[in-house]
Design a protein around this ligand. Structure first.
Ligand SMILES: Cc1cc2nc3c(=O)[nH]c(=O)nc-3n(C[C@H](O)[C@H](O)[C@H](O)COP(=O)(O)O)c2cc1C
Length: 359
């Protein structure tokens, strides 16, 4: 089943293997280069079912926190993305752009406008550390509009959909997280209110794109600021976090984990993706050290290819619908074909070098 085709909304995927979004920082001036286009094309040609692009900074003054990350707000950047999409479509691949606002990871002095500070829900970048700008209602509205505008641009470019980056401690996750959201307006106060930013972004995108266009949301319990942090410690609370954006018009959810085999809640052995699917009924992507024998935290550690029998079984048992693969696909663009043919020994193992090259 893992290697059979799968229909996500109205887009037919060649199989259920998804390339995880991975920032490559190789797009000077926010413009994806020809090398970036070839890097994605190689993976589409080698049968990756769905490519989720690296995070693309949304067209908001405070979205950026890292150099050479691609954007959408110049015609040169959009032309770069057209080449990426064309290369993927040449091989009947599917591609979704991940839309990203870096929130509190931004510091003053960073481009494009060095005067602009990091923006967060309450000025907090982690619990107790208040060094960012607490967003006003106007800042929030501008941000929502930026997501909606960029989603429309992605549809015009030819992407099959967009994924809202709501994970890993960045802006949307900063709103989700009780440790950093102390707002008392409609964007804070209860678990459901902390989801309001995500919900309003989904609604704004939905009303700006056509019905066929896919909208996904990636979320995580863990944060880069705190690997042990959690948005929800029970399934009931998880439903309060992801239920409202799901109902606002999402087509899938992407449950970001570091180790996909770990249980999420006490008393059950099932992972976050299982609960996400069970609680929302939406197609769900699982992820986290798939096909590797080391986990996501120590990216400098080399990892050998490992078997993916558990993923195959989980999908057969409808525990989740798709699986995203990150580092294994960075190191070996033919990972899907080799796994499908049972050629595990031929897989090029992941090493840190893969982070710096666009193989
Ligand atoms: C180099 C690199 C860049 C990443 N960039 C992003 C990103 O832009 N957006 C995102 O949501 N996750 C990002 N991640 C996390 C991956 O999408 C994925 O969740 C993580 O690598 C775990 O999957 P893996 O164990 O298969 O590598 C990145 C990971 C790596 C290794």
């Amino acid at each position: 089943m893992l290697f059979d085709s799968y229909k996500l909304k109205n887009t037919l995927l060649r199989n259920r293997i998804v390339m995880a979004p991975m920032t490559r920082s190789q797009s000077p001036g926010g413009i994806p280069t020809d090398e970036v286009a070839s890097y994605y094309e190689r993976r589409a040609k080698a049968e990756v079912g769905l490519i989720i692009t690296e995070g693309v900074e949304v067209s908001h003054k405070a979205s950026s926190a890292y150099p050479n990350v691609p954007r959408l707000d110049s015609s040169a950047a959009r032309d770069g993305w057209r080449k990426v999409v064309k290369g993927i479509k040449k091989h009947d691949g599917a591609v979704i752009a991940q839309l990203w606002h870096c929130g509190g990871f931004r510091k003053t002095g960073m481009g494009p406008d060095p005067e602009v500070p990091g923006h967060t829900a309450s000025g907090l970048v982690r619990p107790g550390k208040r060094v960012a700008h607490a967003m006003t209602a106007e800042d929030i509205n501008e941000t929502i509009e930026a997501f909606a505008l960029d989603a429309k641009r992605c549809e015009e470019i030819g992407f099959d959909g967009v994924e809202i980056h709501g994970a890993h401690g960045y802006l949307i996750d900063n709103f989700f997280w009780g440790g950093t959201n102390e707002r008392e307006d409609l964007y804070g106060g209860s678990i459901e209110s902390r989801s309001q930013l995500a919900t309003n972004i989904v609604k704004a995108i939905r009303s700006n794109v056509s019905d066929n266009f896919i909208i996904g949301l990636r979320f995580s319990q863990w944060k880069q600021q705190d690997y042990e942090a959690r948005l929800a410690s029970t399934p009931e609370n998880l439903k309060k976090v992801i239920g409202p954006p799901a109902e606002a018009g999402l087509d899938y959810l992407h449950s970001s984990m570091r180790r996909f085999w770990e249980s999420e809640f006490e008393g059950s052995k099932e992972n976050l993706a299982y609960w996400t699917k069970k609680l929302t009924g939406l197609p769900t992507i699982s992820v986290g050290s798939v096909g590797l024998d080391s986990d996501f935290i120590d990216m400098s550690a080399p990892a050998s290819p490992a078997n993916i029998d558990k993923v195959i079984r989980d999908i057969l048992n409808s525990k989740y619908d798709m699986v995203a693969v990150g580092r294994a696909l960075l190191a070996d663009h033919e990972w899907v074909i080799k796994m499908k043919e049972g050629r595990v020994k031929d897989v090029i193992p992941y090493t840190q070098e893969a982070l710096y090259k666009l193989y």
